[in-house]
Design a protein around this ligand. Structure first.
Ligand code: IMP
Length: 488
């Protein structure tokens, strides 16, 4: 029977999705958590972001750095779906697939939405030029403007000292901007239609060569115009190689739900980088929180029945923007080294700080998290006294809630609660009761403060270096155990 003739199942049967979402500024260890849960699901689905994300997964002693390919790729019989909300550079995706194949990973389960948007060469350049412009503080003819602007807008421009966002320079923001702008955007499906593609690329080059030349001049950088024939030829070449993987993934995912299959949504980046609810403007360009799943896949919001929020036992951030609990001292360096806190995508050292529970509670609420996965607990096990931020001071006020506005957040001072260090290695531990009592108290403090139960605790990068289940099986785990039986 064709899928469209199938009677619609009742809602409770549709609700079969688990979302794995980062509750901090990315790099929470979502890749490992997805890897742990993938075998209980039929498909792992990426719905946002692009190659700015870097999920690192240790599998059978080998470390895999995944950027675009969902972490489900490391499991046989699990589809790895790159849905419509993702933006991708087709050549980068092919390189990632080739590298996985070269290491013996079967990538035949990777499918890509024909509605995902293409990160084109001009998007990389635009990302670079915009960051350069912000870095140099160049604001064009600001002094001329001052003469015509009695309200002093030019003075404001000069005084506000624009800071770069610190993007990954993967062209993510410019690609999403063009998606919304529409006229010169290219979608993955276009790569399979040579005539219309050449036309779109010619139009895009016309617009981009004009605007980027001006931007390059402003940033005092050289500029070589894009050749539409070369760009179109390269995109068509990639399209031919990707052809067997390109699908209407929305229809595919709806079919899977109708068949009662379980889906795992792999959030990229982190909630505090969400374009609307993160620390704007120091955010990424997509909807990272669970609310982004519906537009990013074409599935109804009700299909997500469990949101597993992932947080590290401390905090990290890459790029610019406020970070109240940041450590600038030797302890910060110690955590950076022990936690291997260097960007999977860019190799940049990550900024490191104490666990900010005010921020995590805000993110958990935004996502409606019903369970937490705590990662990197082992990294803290040699620190004598631990601190967690439980409120902020702003002038004479005490704030209990997270102010996502970057300017406001930049002015807060963290108020800490001190907790006893673990005094023992935790990496070999597999059962909750074998953890040092202080480590159990640390986890329980997080649960109580955030108001969401911890479901699993990761004590090392390998899949089995996990304490799971952490709590008595509750609604989350009964759903998840059910899935183990469902997956063929
Ligand atoms: P973009 O996503 O490249 O535009 O970068 C915007 C901001 O988000 C920068 O501060 C990046 O460092 C940060 N960012 C983007 N993706 C990730 C991620 O997966 N982990 C951590 N930071 C990220």
């Amino acid at each position: 029977m064709p899928a469209s003739d199938t009677p619609l199942p009742p809602l409770r049967h549709v609700a079969r999705g688990t979302a794995v979402i980062g509750l901090q500024w990315g790099d929470e260890g979502k890749g490992k958590i997805v890897d742990c849960l993938a075998a209980r699901h039929h498909a792992v689905v990426r719905y946002n972001g692009g190659a700015n994300a870097g999920h690192s997964v240790v599998h059978a002693g080998q470390r895999f750095a995944l950027h675009l390919v969902p972490a489900g790729v490391l499991h046989r019989n699990v589809l790895a779906v790159v849905a419509n909300g993702v933006v991708l550079d087709p050549a980068a995706l092919l390189a990632e697939l080739d590298a996985l194949e070269a290491r013996g990973i079967d990538t035949s389960g990777v499918v890509i939405s024909n509605q995902a948007h293409v990160v084109a060469p001009w998007h990389h350049l635009e990302d670079d030029l915009r960051e350069e412009l912000l870095r140099s503080g160049e604001t064009g003819n600001a002094s001329d403007e001052h003469t015509h602007d009695p309200n002093g807008r030019a003075a404001l421009l000069r005084d506000s000292e624009p800071t770069p966002i610190g993007t990954t320079r993967r062209g993510i923001g410019p690609c999403y901007a063009d998606k919304v702008q529409r006229a010169n955007a290219i979608r993955i499906g276009d790569l399979l239609r040579p005539g219309p593609l050449r036309h779109r690329v010619a139009l895009a080059c016309c617009v981009k060569n004009a605007t980027l030349e001006a931007l390059a001049r402003l940033s005092r950088r050289p500029f070589t115009p894009f050749d539409p024939d070369l760009v179109a030829a390269e995109l068509l070449r990639c399209g031919e190689r990707l052809r067997p993987r390109i699908r209407n993934t929305t229809a595919l995912l709806h079919d899977l739900l109708r068949q009662g299959r379980a889906l795992l949504f792999e959030g990229a980046n982190g909630t505090l980088l969400d374009v609307d609810h993160g620390t704007y403007p120091y955010v990424t360009a997509s909807a990272c929180a669970a609310g982004g799943i519906a537009p990013g896949t074409g599935l109804p919001p009700a299909c997500v029945d469990c949101v597993l929020g992932v947080l590290k036992a401390y905090t990290t951030r890459v790029g610019h923007g406020p970070f109240p609990t940041e450590l600038h001292d030797a302890l910060g360096e110690h955590i950076r080294q022990r936690g291997r806190e260097f960007g999977t995508t860019t190799g940049r050292p990550r900024r490191v700080g104490w666990l900010d529970l005010v921020a995590v509670r805000y993110a958990a609420r935004l996502n409606g998290a019903n369970a937490l996965a705590l990662t990197m607990l082992d990294v803290l096990d040699d620190i004598p006294t631990l601190r967690v931020c439980t409120a902020y001071r702003l002038g004479r006020r005490t704030l209990d809630d997270f102010p996502p506005d970057a300017a406001e957040l930049a002015g807060v001072e963290p108020i800490y609660t001190e907790l006893e260090g673990f005094r023992r290695e935790v990496r070999g531990v597999r059962r909750r009761d074998d953890l040092p009592p202080a480590a159990i108290r640390y986890v329980e403090f997080i649960e109580r403060f955030v108001g969401v139960p911890v479901a699993m605790v990761s004590v090392g990068p390998e899949r089995d270096e996990t304490v799971e289940p952490w709590c008595e099986p509750g609604p989350y785990w009964s759903v998840s155990q059910q899935r183990v039986r469902d997956v063929p």
